[in-house]
Structure formats: structure tokens, C-alpha cells
Design a protein around this ligand. Structure first.
Ligand SMILES: [Mg+2]
Length: 335
């Protein structure tokens, strides 16, 4: 997609010109015999696999503000948050569908940047944009993405498989995205590291697939609503309780420095969402294998607690070593 004219208005381009611009940027893929441009896309998934499908909406001023992100990063994030759901099942990401409702002040350059980000994120995952829809919005910018992945039916990792005494692990670092968001909301410019963690999260597809291949995870979820909220989803579906030791949580040096000055903000880190790391439960006898996988992927996999019986509910050991009951709440759009 090329646009040297900054005033390149979308109305000059028209809907079909817009779709053609996007289509030209999509590489060919043998699993997509029919892609963008026909009434439907035709896609192929490996034999004996089940189709994984997930959808996420991103609405301006609800999920993001255009003043807080570049259009390129917004494109990447729109794909990444969907790909993360495929990672959370242990699947391979294959095909994406993109719907955008564009407000009048979005020009062709903005759309070009957005599309480039979206397609870069798809390429990083080995996935292909296969279709979608575009229209005008009289209100905010609305982005609706559907992702399809696949996995052998007997390998799928669900939220419901946690066993009592399982070790609970999280990948990477938690709380960075929530800190970045809190700073943006307080008119503080986050450092480059934090802004990237918020605006351009990394879906953990390789980790999800490796956990499946090694049959290491009994239950898994991606961290979108917040650590306690997402662990709460596992507890609900696995009919179990959990203990989290906050002294073990993997925090980045940026978040640690912030918490040294503002210790109460640990609550933001625990309850804020959008880290898009994976939380999984594994048999404690397989801790060595988890450690080996962490080394191989060069990705921290941190044991943060254990699964307990259902009547235990959710408890935590705070940074001072005191144990207490907690509510498994995170972000809830309807509260
Ligand atoms: Mg999810």
C-alpha cells in the first residue's frame, strides 16, 4: 500500500479501493485457496484438527485512545489480543478476519499504518488475513477481529483441567501493561518499555504449542482481564481454589522500581489486565521440565502458587508474608 499524499482521503479511495489496497499486501498462503476478494474465504486446516475460533472487539475510548497509541501499534495489538486466545488453547494460529468501522478523520495514511501493523503481527504468528469488512463510523473507530486456529482435538488445553496441588505458572512479566495504562490515565508518559508492553503485547503462541507438545499444562488461560480475574476463570471452570504467593510474582525492573516508591500500586499490577502472558497449571512433579522449557524459549516461567480444593477459594500471601482471602476480580466492562 503506497500513499505519498498526506491528504489522501479515504472517500477518494472508496471501499473497494481500500480492500484492494489491503489485499495487495497479503502474501499468498497454501492454506487459503480463496482469500480476500470473493464472497467468502476458503481455508484449510490440518486433518484431525479441530477449528479454534475467537473474536475480540476494540473500541476507541473504551479499549484504547488514539492519542495513546500509534496506528501501527494499534494494528499490531488488534491482531495480538486475538492470537493470544489461540495461544491459550495451545493452538496454531492460521487465519484472521478484520472488520473496521472508520471515523471520518481517519485518512489513508492512518489506515496504511494500521494495516501494516496488523499484517506484521499476523506474519510473526505465521497467520494470514483472509477477509473482513470496512465501513464508515459516525462515532468511534471500531475494530473487530476474528481469529481461527487449529489443534489436534485430544491436545487442547482448556480452563477446566486444573488439578489440586498443581503448580501455577505465569510467563514473562505481569503488571507492566496496567502500570502503563495507569500512567497514561494520570497524564504521565510511560517509559518506552512500558508503552510497548501496553500497546504492542506479544502473544505467547510458541509457549502454548510447546506446552501442548510436551503435555505439560493441565489448564491454561491468557492474561487479559488481570491475574486474579483470569485465575478466577480457571478456578470456576476447574471447580478448585488457589493460593498465590505475591512474593514470587515476576515483575519487570521498571515495575519493581515503581513499586519501591509506590508499594500500594501492587494492587494495580495484580488486578490490571492486558499483559497477554499465559497462566498455566502443571503437575508439581514436572517442575524440571517446565524449567527446561523456560530456558529453551528464553522466557521466564514463574511458579507463583498452587491449586487448592474448591472451598479454599482464592487466597494470597502478601509481600509481608501475611496470608489473606482475596476476591478474584479484575476488569469487568459492565461494572
Ligand atoms: Mg482469553
Amino acid at each position: 500500500m503506497k500513499s505519498n499524499d498526506k491528504n489522501n482521503n479515504l472517500s477518494n479511495l472508496g471501499e473497494f479501493g481500500l480492500i484492494e489496497q489491503i489485499r495487495r499486501q497479503v502474501k499468498s498462503d497454501s492454506t487459503v485457496p480463496v482469500g480476500i476478494g470473493d464472497d467468502c474465504a476458503a481455508t484449510i486446516i490440518p486433518e484431525d484438527h479441530v477449528l479454534l475460533t475467537s473474536k475480540d472487539l476494540l473500541i476507541e475510548d473504551v479499549h484504547f485512545r488514539r492519542s495513546w497509541t500509534s496506528m501501527y501499534q494499534l494494528g499490531r495489538k488488534s491482531a495480538a489480543v486475538n492470537l493470544s486466545d489461540v495461544a491459550a488453547m495451545g493452538g496454531r494460529a492460521n487465519h484472521l478476519f478484520l472488520g473496521v468501522a472508520l471515523p471520518i478523520d481517519i485518512d489513508a495514511t492512518d489506515l496504511e499504518d494500521f494495516t501494516r501493523g496488523f499484517l506484521d503481527e499476523c506474519s510473526a504468528a505465521g497467520a494470514t488475513l483472509c477477509g473482513g469488512d470496512t465501513c464508515r463510523s459516525n462515532g468511534p473507530l471500531i475494530i473487530s477481529v476474528t481469529v481461527q486456529g487449529s489443534i489436534a482435538a485430544n491436545q487442547m488445553v482448556k480452563r477446566s483441567g486444573a488439578q489440586i496441588d498443581d503448580d501455577i505458572y505465569v510467563s514473562g512479566f505481569v503488571g507492566d501493561s496496567a502500570l502503563a495504562l495507569a500512567q497514561l490515565q494520570g497524564d504521565i508518559t510511560p517509559c518506552d518499555y512500558l508503552i510497548l508492553r501496553h500497546n504492542q503485547p506479544t502473544p505467547r503462541l510458541e509457549l502454548g504449542q510447546q506446552l501442548v507438545q510436551r503435555q505439560l499444562a493441565n489448564a491454561m488461560i491468557d492474561l487479559s482481564d488481570g491475574l486474579f480475574a483470569d485465575l478466577g476463570h480457571i478456578m470456576e471452570q476447574s471447580h478448585c481454589g488457589a493460593l498465590v504467593d505475591c512474593r514470587c510474582l515476576p515483575f519487570s525492573s521498571e515495575l519493581r522500581q515503581h513499586l519501591d516508591r509506590n508499594p500500594a500500586d501492587i494492587e494495580t499490577a495484580l488486578r490490571g489486565g492486558e499483559d497477554y502472558e499465559l497462566l498455566f497449571c502443571a503437575d508439581p512433579n514436572r517442575a524440571d521440565e517446565v524449567a527446561r522449557l523456560s530456558q529453551q524459549l528464553n522466557l521466564p516461567l514463574t511458579h507463583i502458587g498452587n491449586i487448592k480444593a474448591q472451598d479454599y477459594s482464592l487466597q494470597r500471601i502478601d509481600i509481608n508474608g501475611n496470608q489473606q482471602q482475596v476476591e478474584a476480580q479484575g476488569f469487568n466492562h459492565f461494572k
